[in-house]
Design a protein around this ligand. Structure first.
Ligand SMILES: Cc1cc2nc3c(=O)[nH]c(=O)nc-3n(C[C@H](O)[C@H](O)[C@H](O)COP(=O)(O)OP(=O)(O)OC[C@H]3O[C@@H](n4cnc5c(N)ncnc54)[C@H](O)[C@@H]3O)c2cc1C
Length: 241
């Protein structure tokens, strides 16, 4: 029988961007849980590694998706708001987020990219290529100064007794770092990963999706990851299921 998903993944934290990170808070299930859920249809259970893996591949290939919902991941994420608002479009996740109404922002709570990308000439939503390093450094410095000035006004507003919920209007909204907890099952996580690891996803969410896949999904569900790469990644979206 295949070993359980490694529990030492729980608590593991991976650094992303300049000050962001993602950590696995909890994990329920493994590849075998998916296989066993499928076999419940005929009240069966594990039939040995080779047949279990074959069944899991069959499920992935034929979009028999519900057994993959038996596995759940819970993450704690720190990322800029530009990442957050794209992430929360995925309605199949459950979220709880930090509130700027309760907790004041810190001076260092801002994303300052070290490299800057050109607007893509052909795709209105995308970027293409990077500015030369020296030019990027100037833009990073400009954003840093902008953030410092904004933060100074934020602090002044708080000092004048203005409520946190309103004082935050002085902060550069897309750059501010937020922390949230997010739970999702493996089926819907694969949907997220397919969309957000793709080349047309914004870099600031792609790096989180890639970290989830490499550091948590693959080690927790090695057979599922193999089947996902074989039957889903690089393929056009499946029709309505
Ligand atoms: C590259 C890229 C560019 C994007 N650009 C834009 C943009 O310009 N503007 C914009 O508004 N959004 C944009 N989005 C967000 C996109 O439209 C989706 O909202 C987001 O990717 C979540 O996808 P989803 O709805 O499939 O996922 P989820 O919300 O996780 O849903 C998963 C699946 O569940 C089903 N489902 C969930 N809720 C419902 C429902 N209420 N009714 C029917 N089926 C449901 C659907 O099959 C859905 O695919 C972009 C996304 C990407 C990846």
């Amino acid at each position: 029988m295949k070993p359980m998903a490694p529990k030492d993944l729980i608590g593991k934290r991976v650094s992303i961007l300049d000050k962001g990170w993602i950590e696995l808070q909890d994990l329920m299930g493994d590849d075998l849980a998916i296989v066993n859920a499928a076999r419940v249809s005929f009240l069966g259970e594990s039939k040995g590694e080779a047949r279990d893996k074959k069944l899991l591949f069959y499920l992935m290939q034929h979009r028999h998706t519900s057994p993959f919902e038996q596995v759940e991941f819970k993450f704690r994420v720190r990322a800029p708001v530009v990442t957050w608002w794209q992430w929360v479009r995925h309605r199949t996740w459950s979220f709880n987020a930090q509130s700027g109404r309760y907790v004041p922002f810190e001076e260092d709570d801002f994303y300052i990219p070290s490299s800057w990308r050109y607007q893509s000439p052909s795709n209105k939503q995308a970027s293409l290529g990077e500015l030369p390093a020296a030019e990027s450094a100037l833009w990073s410095e400009a954003l840093s100064k902008h953030v410092q000035e904004s933060y100074r006004l934020y602090e002044r507003a708080l000092g004048a007794g203005i409520a946190r919920e309103q004082a935050r209007l002085f902060l550069p909204g897309f750059a501010v770092y937020y922390t949230w907890v997010a739970k999702v099952d493996a089926h819907n996580l694969m949907h997220f990963l397919r969309l957000r690891m793709a080349d047309d996803a914004q870099y600031e969410i792609r790096v989180y999706a890639q970290a989830i896949y490499e550091h948590f999904f693959k080690p927790a569900l090695p057979w599922t990851a193999e089947a996902f790469e074989l039957f889903v990644l690089g393929q056009p979206p499946a029709s309505a299921e």
